[in-house]
Design a protein around this ligand. Structure first.
Ligand code: PGA
Length: 259
């Protein structure tokens, strides 16, 4: 059975007290995640170790929001994926559109970061997505193909521990999610594009959607055949809402798929 994924991207929010309250809130509503759907939270770097502690033995995984493309060296201000691993991280988001937009990250850097994350033993959550202008001018597939090829140019599909996230920039933080039909169409496009390199890998690869997911729209998005879960921003900061989204995700797993 292919696992489902729910990943919370906390962005530059939180502090020691609110992080603790958030994890306690999630645990109060969901004493144990279901093994058919993994739950991951991605705090800001300084809180990784706190989250390692808070999530120990809970079945909740921890990830970072970014990682250097180098494992060590004279790179002031950067964070090695090896450090993330040592502080309890198992995942790292790579190429989030806010990093592309505000930190000038490009496709090539995203590819190198993905490879460094894999080399350090992390699972990269590689983000791709078009802007509103790119969609309106009919360039969505051109952009997605370019981003995807850049990332997978560095990665051998044999690695297998990779998650791809489709995150249209116009849907992030806007409250307006992409429609389930758009999401399905783009996930299908991404999967087909990867199948050109490796058909079996493409079939196994989890492709999750991010952009204004909330409990109210989760089931319609997660029910689409090529959607394997979600990358959640603002709704991940509210324990009740995040767990409600998780429960919607569980609903989309056919009953005959035992844990
Ligand atoms: P959002 O963010 O859920 O607040 O739209 C998603 C993301 O940035 O990953």
């Amino acid at each position: 059975m292919k696992k489902k994924w729910l990943i919370g991207n906390w962005k530059m929010h939180g502090n020691l007290a609110s992080n603790k309250a958030l994890i306690e809130g999630i645990r109060a509503e969901l004493p144990e995640p279901d093994p058919r759907a993994e739950l991951v939270v991605c705090p800001a770097f300084p809180y990784l170790y706190q989250l390692k502690d808070l999530t120990a033995g809970t079945g909740i995984y921890v990830g970072a929001q970014n990682a250097s493309d180098h494992l060590q060296g004279a790179y002031t201000g950067e964070t090695s994926p090896l450090m993330i691993k040592e502080l309890g991280g198992s995942f790292t988001i790579i190429g989030h559109s806010e990093r592309r937009q505000y930190q000038g990250e490009n496709d090539g850097l995203m590819g190198r970061k993905s490879l460094a994350a894999i080399d350090a033993g992390l699972i990269p959550v590689i983000c791709v997505g078009e802007t509103a202008e790119e969609r309106d001018s009919g360039r969505t597939h051109e952009v997605l193909a370019r981003q995807l090829d850049a990332a997978f140019g560095y990665i051998r599909t044999a690695h297998d521990k990779i998650i791809l996230a489709y995150e249209p920039r116009w849907a992030i933080g806007t409250g307006i999610a992409a429609t389930p039909e758009i999401v399905q169409a783009e996930h299908e496009f991404l999967r087909q594009r990867i199948a050109i390199r490796d058909k079996e890998f493409a079939a196994r690869l989890p492709i999750i959607y991010g952009g204004s997911v909330k409990a109210a729209n989760a089931i319609s998005l997660f029910s689409m055949p090529d959607v394997d879960g979600g990358l959640i921003g603002s709704a991940a900061l509210n324990a009740t809402e995040f767990v409600a989204i998780y429960r919607e995700l569980l609903q989309t797993i056919p009953a005959d798929e035992a844990a």
